[in-house]
Design a protein around this ligand. Structure first.
Ligand code: UD1
Length: 429
């Protein structure tokens, strides 16, 4: 298993290109199952989650071509992937494939919508709480599906096709909203989704579905109305920039000090996080090219944060922000409201010298004078990058084990950071 070694203490200066969003690319790829025509996605990040999902989709019958290299393209420029599900040859997505990535469970919606039946293994994914799929299945039931759970699989059937209905989510769920959307676009009649997730990745999926011929109103608001159509066609769609990657590098610059332009990042996608950084003493400027992040000389102030659904502070930036607050003046209170048990990074940050006390869903982070390098373990995707941020500021060497978590969600991380002056290297085993 690969490791990453970071020698801390370097400021970051330069530019970092922001990749396409993993959390948008995955549902967009899954949407290719809804049509027998070709869906072409540009700006798809090179990530192991994308590769794993491609494998699942090809098992269902999706043909895939990846465009060759173009002038000016580097390893960090997103890929162009064309996907065609001329026929769905298998309505079963097996355990061996689905268990590695939770989002792959979402294939249940388009397979069911198109074929009238689907059998999908219950998911695996990051160990950040129980993360059930009850609300995803509830949404499908509201559209007329019959569902049974058997031998670790969800079996969904709607032999006469799905029918529009009213779906009221008792809590905001991104995956639930993606699933409801992909089922409703091919259902007969009108579907109303209440308390829908407003995350930009939901809006991006809806925009692509509309290009494919779907009728959707209200995406990006808590009430989405879908009028079902008999069939969808092909489309071209560019994956939106990754707000979590942008926020992560913004926090890295805030941590080390320096001046970095996050190329292609869109401030409106992460305004709450940018506001928090401003309150912590970081200078943020939006330019035509992206977001410029600077901290020169000034110390970091402690800021309290609660994670919340969009447009609130994203849970996917909670670990990174906690790493940052380990070096702030004073004590910061960070409350995780989306996932229980999303504090696995706490004990690893403690290995770098952080002082963090957990009290239920709240972490009290007392800023310290310095962090010191140590061997640490990546436990999940976002937790692992918080250790990178810690390591960039720690004295001496930090070695991060189980780097495959990082490869799931951060494209060319070492290259992007090294170019800005960080001392980061991958040790392949
Ligand atoms: C997505 C993101 C993930 C992000 C999360 C919250 C992708 C690939 N992943 O995950 O990075 O951290 O949104 O912004 O886009 N819940 C239930 N029952 C369900 C579904 C969810 O109780 O059937 C709960 C979850 O346990 C959690 C909350 O709802 O407490 C929100 O989860 P959800 O928004 O569904 O997260 P994901 O879509 O899995």
């Amino acid at each position: 298993m690969d490791k990453i070694r970071i020698t801390g203490g370097q400021r970051l200066n330069g530019a970092i290109p922001i990749s396409g969003a993993k959390n948008a690319a995955l549902p967009l790829m899954i949407a290719s199952l809804l049509t027998d025509e070709t869906l072409t996605l540009t700006n798809v990040p090179r990530l192991s989650d994308v590769t794993a999902l491609s494998r699942i989709l090809s098992n269902q019958g999706v043909d895939r071509t990846v465009a060759g290299k173009r002038i000016g393209q580097s390893a960090e420029t997103g890929q162009t992937i064309s996907m065609t599900a001329r026929q769905i040859v298998d309505t079963c997505a097996p355990y061996e494939l689905v268990s590695t990535m939770r989002a792959s469970f979402w294939v249940i919606a388009p397979i069911l919508a198109r074929m009238g039946e689907a059998k999908v293994s219950l998911p695996g994914g990051c160990a950040i709480g129980t993360r059930p799929v009850d609300l995803l299945l509830m949404a499908l039931e509201k559209l007329g599906a019959e569902i049974v759970i058997e031998n670790g699989y969800a079996l969904a059937r709607a032999p006469k096709g799905l029918k529009g209905g009213e779906i009221v989510f008792p809590k905001v769920t991104v995956g639930g909203t993606h699933t409801a959307l992909m089922a409703a676009v091919l259902a007969q009649g009108t579907t109303v989704i209440e308390n829908a997730a407003c995350e930009p990745e939901v809006t991006d999926l809806a925009a692509c579905l509309v290009k494919m011929g779907a009728k959707i109103e209200g995406a990006g608001t808590p009430r989405i109305v879908v009028t079902g159509v008999a069939r969808l066609g092909g489309a071209h769609h560019a994956v939106l920039p990754d707000r979590i990657e942008a926020g992560t590098y913004a926090m890295a610059v805030a941590m080390t000090g320096g001046d970095v332009l996050l190329e292609g990042a869109r401030p409106e996608l992460l305004q709450s996080a940018l506001d928090v950084l401003t309150r912590a003493g970081v200078e943020i400027d939006s330019t035509n090219e992206g977001i410029r992040v600077r901290r020169n000389g000034r110390g970091l102030e402690a800021v309290d944060v609660d994670t919340d659904p969009f447009p609130g502070f994203p849970t996917d930036l909670q670990a990174q922000f906690m790493a940052l607050m380990t070096r702030a003046k004073g004590t910061s209170r960070i409350r995780e409201t989306i996932f229980e048990n999303r504090f696995m990074h706490v004990q690893e940050l403690a290995r770098l010298g952080a002082k963090i006390r957990l009290d239920g869903d709240v972490a009290h982070v007392e800023g310290v004078e310095k962090l010191t390098g140590a061997p640490v373990m990546a436990t999940d995707l976002r937790a692992s990058v918080s250790l990178v941020i810690g390591g960039l500021a720690a004295e001496g060497d930090t070695t991060i084990n189980r780097v495959y978590h990082l490869d799931r969600g951060f494209e060319a991380l070492e290259a992007k950071l090294s170019r800005c002056g960080a001392l980061v290297e991958r040790i392949s085993s």
